[in-house]
Design a protein around this ligand. Structure first.
Ligand code: FES
Length: 100
């Protein structure tokens, strides 16, 4: 099974092939925000990919547009709800949620 490592807490989670990074976070009580519920409409789920970028599903146009607006086009930024996991990745959460 693919593994997703969440920074900065360094939590390692098992993922099912094709699950989004947000799904993995929710299933493992990782505090990744998702104000719009995973519909690519809020950007609170944004993450910085530290390694394994090629193991994530490619970026769609609407995701890219959203990210451009919040991150100024950071090369390694993704929306957690849009990035599907197909292998081991390490991601850093940009908006840490409160509580679990
Ligand atoms: S949860 Fe809103 S854009 Fe990902």
């Amino acid at each position: 099974m693919p593994k997703v490592t969440f920074l900065p807490m360094n939590q390692i989670c098992e993922a099912k092939e094709g699950e989004s990074v947000l799904d993995v976070a929710i299933n493992n009580d990782v505090p990744l925000q998702h104000a719009c519920g995973g519909f690519c409409a809020c950007t609170t789920c944004h993450i910085e990919v530290k390694s394994g970028e090629e193991k994530l599903s490619p970026m769609e146009d609407d995701e890219e547009e959203r990210l451009d607006r919040v991150m100024g086009g950071s090369l390694h930024a993704r929306l957690g709800c849009q990035a599907k996991v197909h292998g081991d990745v390490v991601v850093e959460i940009q908006n840490i949620g409160h509580g679990h």
